[in-house]
Design a protein around this ligand. Structure first.
Ligand SMILES: C[S@@+](CC[C@H](N)C(=O)[O-])C[C@H]1O[C@@H](n2cnc3c(N)ncnc32)[C@H](O)[C@@H]1O
Length: 268
């Protein structure tokens, strides 16, 4: 979890055409509204700024502006590239979820973050319910979804994605009968910060470490019809120290798969 409080995050706009959206974001997420982002200098207590820039909500770490702004972008950039060239149902996440059986489940992504994994799964045809507990992350995600809905190329994909702003440890059952639950909690960082991409450094500073992540596994195993998939760094212990049914190993990470029930043959 993070080491700051919500009074250290404010919302502003760059261009006057974004005043309404900036006010709406501030009100929805109960954040301080500062108007024009130029006035941020007058507020020495602030750590992060959500700036609205041509309808795009972006996050800046104010003491490290060189790291740049982070946003959720399903239309361009790495996520869009992966949609076009990412290997379809042959990629590891698809195998872990069970898609290679010709099975297209309803997935609960109970640690949604910036929604990249969810978008990959939705682009492969899954219905994806996302849960995110951090208001700033949820605000970025909600704005990314809204912008993607008006882009014809990805509109049908994001129509399969929905967001619930809640802690999945407390409220996992808000997701309606998921077939598969996907978990990717923040793990204590081991890599030297220079090696971590700039964008990731802003995200890590915002979210911190999900030190309560072990508590996700039991409710997930209770709720998932077929399986629970956990993304872990290669060097990490399994979640809650519980050995998975099987693992798919990649270079830096692995997917631990906990099978509750085999995917029925009729679905293949
Ligand atoms: C490593 S990020 C997930 C990245 C994501 N898989 C992606 O592709 O963008 C972990 C996210 O899970 C969220 N999270 C952790 N525990 C949670 C919980 N119990 N309920 C909801 N969200 C949670 C964190 O706030 C953080 O945004």
């Amino acid at each position: 979890m993070s080491k700051y409080d919500m009074t250290q995050i404010a919302v502003g706009y760059i261009d006057k055409t974004d005043i309404d959206l900036a006010k709406k974001v501030a009100q929805q997420w109960q954040l301080q509204y500062i108007g024009d982002v130029a006035s941020v200098n007058k507020q020495s207590n602030l750590l992060f700024l959500l700036q609205v820039h041509f309808q795009q909500v972006e996050l800046i770490k104010l003491d490290e502006p060189k790291l740049g702004a982070i946003k959720v972008d399903f239309v361009e950039g790495p996520v869009a590239h992966r949609r076009k060239f990412g290997g379809g149902r042959g990629q590891d996440i698809a195998k872990a979820i069970g898609l290679k059986h010709g099975f297209t489940p309803h997935v609960l992504d109970a640690t949604a973050g910036l929604g990249r994994d969810s978008f990959v799964l939705a682009s492969l045809g899954c219905q994806v319910t996302m849960m995110e507990r951090m208001p700033i992350v949820a605000a970025l995600l909600e704005n990314g979804l809204a912008r993607a809905k008006i882009h014809q190329e990805v509109a049908d994909i994001v129509d399969r994605m929905s967001l619930i702003y809640a802690s999945s440890i407390d409220d996992m059952t808000l997701a309606n009968a998921p077939d598969v639950i996907y978990l990717d909690p923040m793990y204590p960082h081991r890599e030297k910060s220079a090696a971590v991409k700039k964008e990731m450094r802003v995200f890590q500073a915002l979210v911190g470490e999900d030190l309560d992540a072990d508590n996700l596994l039991i409710p997930a195993l209770k709720l998932a019809k077929y399986r629970v998939v956990v993304k872990r760094p290669s060097y990490a212990e399994p979640l809650n120290n519980k050995a998975p049914s099987t693992s798919i190993k990649m270079k830096k990470n692995r997917f631990d798969v906990y099978v509750n029930q085999a995917i029925p043959k009729a679905m293949t």
